[in-house]
Design a protein around this ligand. Structure first.
Ligand SMILES: Cc1ncc(COP(=O)(O)O)c(C=O)c1O
Length: 449
């Protein structure tokens, strides 16, 4: 909605004075006043258009203002805007039918939430209830959400401010899978996937482990892609010890990695899969906690002790149906593979040219470019502690230069996440990569060799 009475300066001033900027010190927050967004672009109050090279928070997979999604919201608001979770609705049944089709085989019972965070909270409670065990194993390079349980299971520094209060009893951390900067052996290949084997060591020595939660491809923390043995081995370990595997696909779901879900790349079916973001093209808040038949069967005769006023809210479910239908119509999983094959060589070519690039990695249309001060030591320009301390980050300088040339790209500590809407054209990719190429001179100037 446009206001006739507020100038853009007033909008920004009121926004920053009266509302919180997330995950940051409030001082110095100077948000762009966005007035419109369509397809792969958003527009500011001065009419400047920005190419959205990260689909906002890696969530607007179909592009901004997808017509079918908007129509579904409008129709549902008119037909049945709200009814409580205890009732059956056509929209709920229609969505369930589609989810059975696209989710990994066997994930056939669903709990709906209004965020990825809540989907993970539901997963933890369900895992604890149906196993009768307490502990959750997570990994250091991870983000699983912002509320007390999910932040406790988050490995990255967004957890630090909540220590020790944010720790729900029993969350423990395993080493991440990161073949560029392996936390265990500092070498790959030939490591014998020690990062997976160590999780078995933890399960055996901890006792009382209910579940392991993992992003199959780590998202914000660097698009970390596991070696092909990792997930199948972890599946075996979980099965052997009666521990549930929770795949957090909040970011990786909905065709981003070239399959409907990232786990499909390795043929692994988790016991619980959580997702959100792209499920409605981010046009309406919706999360999903999908469970296996085995998990579901426990609750036939046991109290399902969980719920929300907005669970299965009709207005949130309608755009999910439209999004799934659109993803099928546009064959988006295959499109992600094609786009990945197009952008990958271009990003690798940037690495040849820019000494500040340490590694380029990606799967489907989900890529990270990691910057390093020194290629030999792999030392970054900044640390996670810098991020929390509010120290100006080099990646933010590069991102600011890109914004000046009309391209938006998500930066986190020492890398960029490239995940544009999957409707992006090759010409638009070229424009985004060209802006990145130019902006990287800022980092090159500060690199050591
Ligand atoms: C992997 C992962 N899990 C959970 C979340 C939390 O989702 P939400 O922000 O919808 O609560 C995010 C958000 O970025 C995420 O990337």
């Amino acid at each position: 909605m446009q206001s006739e009475s507020l100038s853009s300066a007033e909008v920004k001033q009121i926004t920053t004075k009266y509302t919180y900027g997330t995950w940051r010190r409030q001082k110095g927050w100077n948000p762009v006043h966005v007035v419109d967004a369509e397809d792969c672009y958003f527009t500011d109050a001065d009419g400047k258009k920005y190419l959205d090279f990260s689909a906002q928070l890696m969530c607007v997979t179909l592009g901004h203002k997808n017509k079918a999604v908007i129509q579904a919201i409008q129709d549902q608001a008119r037909d049945l805007a709200y009814v409580g979770p205890g009732w059956a609705t056509t929209i709920r049944a229609e969505l369930a039918k589609r989810l059975v089709e696209v989710l990994p085989k066997g994930l056939t019972k669903y709990f709906f939430t209004t965020s990825g965070t809540e989907a993970n909270e539901a997963a933890f409670k369900i895992a604890r209830m149906c196993t009768g065990k307490t502990k959750i194993i997570s990994r250091y390079r991870s983000y699983h959400g912002s509320t007390m349980g999910s932040i406790a299971a988050t490995g990255d520094p967004r957890r630090w401010a909540m220590e020790p209060a944010g720790k729900i009893p029993g969350v423990i951390f395993a080493p991440e899978v990161n073949c560029y900067k392996c936390p265990i052996l500092h070498t790959y290949p030939g490591c014998g996937i020690a990062c997976a084997e160590y999780i078995e060591h933890m399960i055996a020595n901890e006792s009382d482990v209910a579940a392991v939660i993992l992003e199959p491809v780590v998202g914000t923390n660097g698009v970390l892609i596991p070696p092909k043995e990792y997930l199948p081995r972890l599946r075996q370990i979980c099965d052997k010890h009666g521990v549930l595997m929770i795949a957090d696909e909040v970011m990786t779901g909905w065709c981003r990695t070239g399959k409907w879900f990232a786990v499909d790349n390795w043929g692994v079916v988790p016991d619980i899969l959580t997702t959100a973001k792209g499920i409605t093209n981010a046009a309406i808040p919706l999360g999903l906690c999908a469970t296996s038949e085995k998990v579901a069967s426990y609750f036939e005769d046991h109290f399902f002790s969980h719920g929300h006023t907005y669970e299965a809210h009709p207005l949130t479910l309608a755009p999910a149906i439209a999004s799934i239908d659109e993803m099928k119509r546009l064959n988006l999983a295959a499109r992600a593979v094609e786009l990945g094959a197009y952008i990958g060589p271009k990003l690798h070519a940037l690495k040849e040219k820019h000494r500040s690039i340490g590694e380029v990695r990606g799967i489907g249309m989900f890529w990270a470019v990691e910057l390093v001060k020194n290629r030999k030591t792999k030392a970054g320009f900044n640390t996670m502690a810098d991020k929390v301390a509010g120290t100006p980050l080099l990646v933010d300088k590069v991102a600011a230069k890109m914004m000046a040339s009309g391209v938006y790209m998500q930066a986190w500590v020492s890398h960029f996440v490239i995940a544009p809407p999957l409707i992006i054209t090759e010409k638009e990719i070229d424009a985004g990569v060209a802006a990145f190429d130019e902006a990287l001179s800022v980092a090159d100037a500060e690199a050591e060799n």
